[in-house]
Write a protein that binds this ligand. Structure first.
Ligand SMILES: Cc1cc2nc3c(=O)[nH]c(=O)nc-3n(C[C@H](O)[C@H](O)[C@H](O)COP(=O)(O)O)c2cc1C
Length: 184
């Protein structure tokens, strides 16, 4: 029986974002893997960029809180913008705190060259502050501009195997931390 719920969050609201292809691919692979229940979340649906408190509406903020409360971990798929992660992703994450505690997080990066490696490092530091457990394995979607065809299909099938390794580690932590959280 699948007991785990790990949503997948697309972390950029940019018009024309190529990272959406990567996030949809991660979502499809997670469903195929089947070891955890998942849901596709888009930062656009939860964040209004000009508002400093971040939320689109109280209702969406409440929904995000309910999702994270129920979640046993989180997968974030985000581009690298000037070696950092998008501001809208930070606004979305900053709406909550306790709900993230003691849950694992995996990051998939995208970038023009190195697949968002520097963004992954930067985001991990913030996730630690949320008392999350960022896992070591990350997937780097490099050369994102040419990695997907015009229908959004990935050209390099090896990314499926890379994601399996990420899921292996994430599920291990998600199960262990769920037991530990429920023991207290
Ligand atoms: C403001 C901005 C900054 C960027 N900085 C970087 C960067 O530091 N490193 C990198 O590999 N790509 C960088 N890129 C390229 C993005 O990785 C590229 O746009 C890619 O398609 C993924 O982002 P997207 O989902 O917004 O399309 C940057 C793009 C933008 C719009």
């Amino acid at each position: 029986m699948v007991r785990l719920f790990i949503p997948i969050l697309l972390g950029t609201a940019r018009e024309g974002r190529r990272t959406e292809n990567a996030a949809r691919f991660v979502f499809e692979q997670a469903k195929k893997d089947g070891r955890f229940k998942t849901r596709f979340l888009d930062v656009r649906d939860f964040v209004m960029i000009p508002k400093t408190d971040g939320a689109v509406s109280e209702e969406k903020s409440k929904e995000w809180k309910e999702i994270v409360t129920r979640a046993d971990g989180l997968i974030i798929v985000s581009p690298e913008y000037n070696h950092g992660y998008p501001g809208e992703l930070k606004l979305m994450l900053d709406q909550l705190y306790d709900e993230y505690n003691r849950k694992p997080a995996a990051i998939c990066g995208t970038g023009a060259g190195m697949g968002g490696a520097r963004m992954v490092e930067a985001l991990r530091m913030s996730l630690v502050e949320f008392q999350m457990v960022p896992i070591r394995t990350a997937v780097y979607f490099s050369n994102i501009k040419t990695l997907f065809d015009e229908n959004g299909k990935i050209k390099d099938e090896s990314y499926g195997e890379r994601l399996k390794k990420l899921f292996d580690e994430l599920v291990w932590y998600a199960e262990a931390l769920k037991v530990a959280r429920e023991k207290k």
